[in-house]
Design a protein around this ligand. Structure first.
Ligand SMILES: Cc1cc2nc3c(=O)[nH]c(=O)nc-3n(C[C@H](O)[C@H](O)[C@H](O)COP(=O)(O)O)c2cc1C
Length: 313
């Protein structure tokens, strides 16, 4: 005590203040601990509430989905958002982080690669006359594997690629498509649409569907079912599948094959039935893949120049 009085007389003089500060510190620490415990209890309570039944509309994640859908008409697919009835906060994420291994080219090489890739892709054309020459199944597997590298909303990978090579299935597929396309061309599409298609020389007839070696039908999975039987929402599934289709087109071009994106109107349910796909999958596109016939021609279409599609700000 003498020692404190000699070397820190202010501590003795203000001992009541020091004592009050110390007590205040203890009280604050106690209150903080109580708050943390109560927050975890609330959290457990809300988890239990979510587990006990379908979440209410006012829960954040449902509102989040609806607001997103409202804000962006491109994703305004109620089915995709309202089916979001699984408990996404239930499990802690255990995904490990790994180093990213990308390539790093010198600038000149980068320029050359980007130019060459553009030139290759600029040769891509939609082909409507296919030869019956066979294509290796390994190549088809590789191009689909490449399409499967596509990014997707929350990594949901909402795509299914059905590859048809069976002659009987191709014949049935042609029948379904030509039946609908005949009605589309004769009744549903209207003069303006038919006029816009004139330069492409398309008709309701698709004989290549029986002779081409492979036809890929791309399905969009609106949702999936997780291991515990819950519906798992697929965010932005349409955009994700379309990006994956773009990568598929680039990969087909890179392999030296040709294709045609087609979107036969009104054929979805029948094609889904023929190909035995579940109801959560919707037909998005159909792509015959193969070689062109030797005498094939394509319309001389011009692509927009860079200054019409890119704006540097
Ligand atoms: C979403 C989409 C749907 C298409 N649907 C059809 C179709 O049903 N039938 C068809 O012959 N071509 C179809 N096409 C191909 C376009 O007509 C073709 O891409 C366009 O005329 C440009 O020609 P290019 O692909 O040779 O550059 C479609 C293309 C896209 C992107």
């Amino acid at each position: 005590m003498d020692y404190i009085t000699k070397y820190a007389p202010f501590l003795v003089k203000y001992s009541h203040v020091v004592a009050a500060l110390f007590l205040g510190y203890l009280a604050a620490k106690y209150l903080n601990n109580t708050r943390i415990q109560s927050l975890s209890a609330d959290d457990e309570h809300s988890r239990a509430k979510r587990r006990s039944g379908k979440p209410k509309d006012d829960e954040n994640w449902v509102n989040g989905g609806q607001q997103l859908a409202k804000a962006n008409p491109a994703v305004n697919n109620e089915e995709e958002y309202q089916e979001a009835d699984h408990d996404c906060l239930e499990h802690e994420d255990k995904t490990p982080q790994i180093p990213y291994k990308g390539d790093n080219y010198p600038e000149e090489e980068m320029l050359e690669r980007s130019r060459r890739f553009y030139e290759e892709m600029n040769k891509r054309r939609s082909i409507r006359l296919f030869s019956d020459r066979d294509v290796s199944l390994e190549v088809i597997k590789n191009v689909i594997k490449t399409a499967g590298t596509s990014p997707s909303g929350a990594h949901t990978e909402p795509w299914t690629f059905v590859v048809v090579r069976d002659t009987r299935v191709k014949r049935e597929l042609r029948e379904i498509i030509e039946d609908e396309e005949r009605m589309n061309y004769q009744r549903r599409m209207g003069d303006k649409w038919l006029n816009d298609l004139k330069k492409l020389k398309t008709t309701w007839q698709k004989p290549y569907l029986e002779t081409v070696p492979y036809i890929i039908i791309i399905f969009k999975q609106v949702h999936s079912i997780s291991a515990d039987g819950q519906k798992k929402p697929h965010y932005y599934s349409e955009i994700s599948v379309s990006i994956s289709a773009g990568i598929l087109l680039a990969s087909i071009q890179n392999a030296g094959l040709v294709t045609l994106i087609s979107t036969p109107l009104n054929c979805g349910p029948k094609l889904r039935e023929l190909l035995k796909r579940p109801p959560n999958e919707k037909v998005m596109m159909l792509l015959p893949i193969g070689y062109p016939t030797d005498d094939v021609t394509v319309p001389d279409l011009k692509r927009k120049p860079l200054d019409k599609i890119m704006f540097l700000v």
